[in-house]
Each structure stands twice: as structure tokens, then as C-alpha cells.
Design a protein around this ligand. Structure first.
Ligand SMILES: Cc1cc2nc3c(=O)[nH]c(=O)nc-3n(C[C@H](O)[C@H](O)[C@H](O)COP(=O)(O)O)c2cc1C
Length: 187
């Protein structure tokens, strides 16, 4: 069987984003004999704030079309989501909103695909509350968000420290392996 394609990204465009660091760390623990994982940075996919008039006049922004094609090509998604005021980030919602609009590819790029969601925050809950909202949002799009998830609290201490990052990888490894088994069933 061909390798499973997983598209991974963080819901933050910040240069030193903890969620970007986490998504890169999580990408390292996938079995690369089975999985081709593509990590993208939403900073490279800037889109205007969704506006129906903008869409009516210009259609889908170029970067939304580009991202939709990458999403269409993926069997599954892994998303690391920052938590802002108890929910996911505006940039993540805006990206999802644009990529659910018609154009660039046929049909939904989300429907029927599994996703693994994780989060990182300097706070004590690690962005856990935002994951609840993200799970619901993705579920509404027909994404199968797997039950396993992980929120990294005190992210500034964990991700900046080699020993703690290695410990974190040990937590992520079985979670990612379980996710891949599910992706195989849906691919
Ligand atoms: C507007 C705003 C609201 C925030 N709300 C929360 C929150 O509810 N829970 C939390 O754990 N962190 C919160 N934070 C802190 C973020 O977790 C922190 O800025 C984090 O670094 C953002 O993710 P990133 O490092 O991937 O960019 C908030 C930050 C901002 C700017």
C-alpha cells in the first residue's frame, strides 16, 4: 500500500509558536515507513478575514485554493491548536472557513477524514478547553476526530527543554501509532 498522507499544521502564525514546535515534535514520532507527513505553516497561507463580498467579487483566495489542494490530497490531518479565551484561534477558524468554500477542488476536503488534535499553552490546562471547541467544529464538517488527544501545559518549559521534549515524545508515540491505525481503516 502507498504511504498514508497526513497534513499537519498549527493554528498559530507566530514565529516562535509553541503549537508549531509541538506539531514538529509530533511529526517526528510518526513511522515514516507507513506515513508521509507534511508539516505546513499557516503563515505561508495568508488569507483575508472571510467576507462574503470579497468571495463574491474575487472567489477563493489563491492561498485558500493552494491549501485546499493539499488538504484534498491528504488522508488525514493533525492540528495543534492554541487556546485563546477558551477556544481555538481566529486564524484557524478563518482558514477552516475559507477551505470549506467551493472552488479549487471538487467537494469537501474534510468529510470522512480522521484528525488528531493536540495543543500547547504556557498555562496550566495546556489549551484543553480549546480542543473541545475544535473537536466540535471539525465534527460538524464530517471529520472523525479521534478520541485520543494531548494538551501540553507549561509549554514554554516543556518544549524548550530537551529532556522534557523527549518525555513528551514518549507520550505522543503510542497516541500517534493508534491514530495511524485508524487512518489506515479510512484511507
Ligand atoms: C487573546 C489571547 C487569549 C488567550 N487565552 C488563553 C486561554 O484561554 N488559555 C490559555 O491557556 N492561554 C491563553 N492565551 C495564551 C496563549 O496560550 C499563548 O499566547 C500561546 O503562546 C499561543 O500559542 P502559540 O505559542 O502557538 O502562538 C491567550 C493569548 C491571547 C493572545
Amino acid at each position: 500500500m502507498d504511504k498514508l498522507k497526513i497534513l499537519a499544521f498549527a493554528g498559530s502564525t507566530r514565529k516562535d509558536s509553541y503549537n508549531k514546535q509541538l506539531i514538529r515534535l509530533a511529526a517526528e514520532v510518526f513511522d515514516d515507513t507507513q506515513v508521509e507527513i507534511t508539516v505546513i505553516d499557516l503563515k505561508d497561507f495568508p488569507m483575508p478575514l472571510y467576507d462574503g463580498d470579497h468571495e463574491g467579487a474575487n472567489g477563493l483566495p489563491e492561498k485558500a485554493s493552494e491549501l485546499k489542494k493539499l488538504m484534498a490530497d491528504a488522508h488525514a490531518f493533525m492540528i495543534s491548536s492554541p487556546e485563546y479565551n477558551g477556544s481555538f484561534s481566529a486564524v484557524l477558524k478563518n482558514t477552516i472557513d475559507w477551505t470549506t468554500r467551493p472552488g479549487a477542488v471538487e467537494g469537501s476536503v474534510y468529510q470522512g477524514k480522521p484528525a488528531l488534535i493536540i495543543s500547547a499553552s504556557p498555562g496550566g490546562l495546556g489549551g484543553l478547553r480549546g480542543l473541545r471547541h475544535l473537536r466540535e467544529l471539525l465534527g460538524n464538517l464530517g471529520v472523525l476526530v479521534v478520541p485520543a488527544q494531548h494538551a501540553v501545559s507549561k509549554a514554554h518549559e516543556v518544549l524548550g527543554d530537551e529532556t522534557s521534549s523527549e518525555e513528551l515524545k514518549k507520550i505522543l508515540t503510542p497516541m500517534v501509532a493508534g491514530f495511524v491505525e485508524i487512518v489506515k481503516k479510512f484511507a
